[in-house]
Write a protein that binds this ligand. Sequence first.
Ligand code: ADP
Ligand code: ADP
Length: 228
Amino acid sequence: EVHARLTGVTRIYGAGTSGTKLHALGPVDLTLERGEFFSVVGPSGCGKSTLLDVLAGLAVPTDGTVEFEGKAIRGVPDGVGVVFQEDASFAWLTVRDNVAFGLRRAGVDAAEIARRVDYAIGFMGLRDFANAYPSQLSGGMRQRVCIARTLVLQPRLILLDEPFGALDQQTRLLMGDELLRLWRETGATVLLITHALDEAAMLSDRVGVMSARPGVFIDFVATGWPRE
Ligand code: ADP
Ligand code: ADP
């Protein structure tokens, strides 16, 4: 079952101005099956983040169409969660309030917020740090907070842009396992951008390889992991 589909998607920066144009992406065709774990690898600057931004509704394609659950994407679609490399947590909020932030903004009722925040904090192993501030945590723990913030929104498609890029190797491996656990638990479709080929091969069902700029997919590789 098709969960998301990009057809002939390009992104040209500066398209609307008389200045320099930069062809950053495509034309890209990509189909994500519901529930698959898909990784994107490719050289720096080939358009991986641009691809993710288009899927997340954070960037408008210059050409082509983007569908999520059978509908054209306009703005940030409901059901899509994004995790970035940079530590995107709010320094002035505790872990608990960081995780609750999106739900409060969405007007979810207090009991439901408490229930979902407790679950996400427990799932990501943050219970002992619920009342701490991000600055009191290690980089790996802060990235757990960012994942928990996405998890509470119950996304059906999770997009991660180099989420472990700033972590040391040991923490990166640990977080990879955490991501697999999250994927299995939620049944969500996952798109992971990484520059680490080993990470892509170890975690995903399928790896999309992009060429240098302007990025297009030059190959799709099935990893052959048995999935029960
Ligand atoms: P437009 O709406 O005119 O197409 P864009 O949003 O595509 O404008 O880009 C505006 C400008 O911002 C770009 O032309 C570029 O000069 C600058 N810019 C912003 N982020 C970057 C980046 N990561 N790399 C290069 N230039 C950037
Ligand atoms: P990757 O994630 O693979 O490193 P990006 O999608 O970030 O690649 O960038 C693709 C190309 O588009 C790069 O050349 C980058 O400098 C350029 N770019 C990214 N954002 C902007 C922007 N806002 N304005 C102009 N150019 C940009």
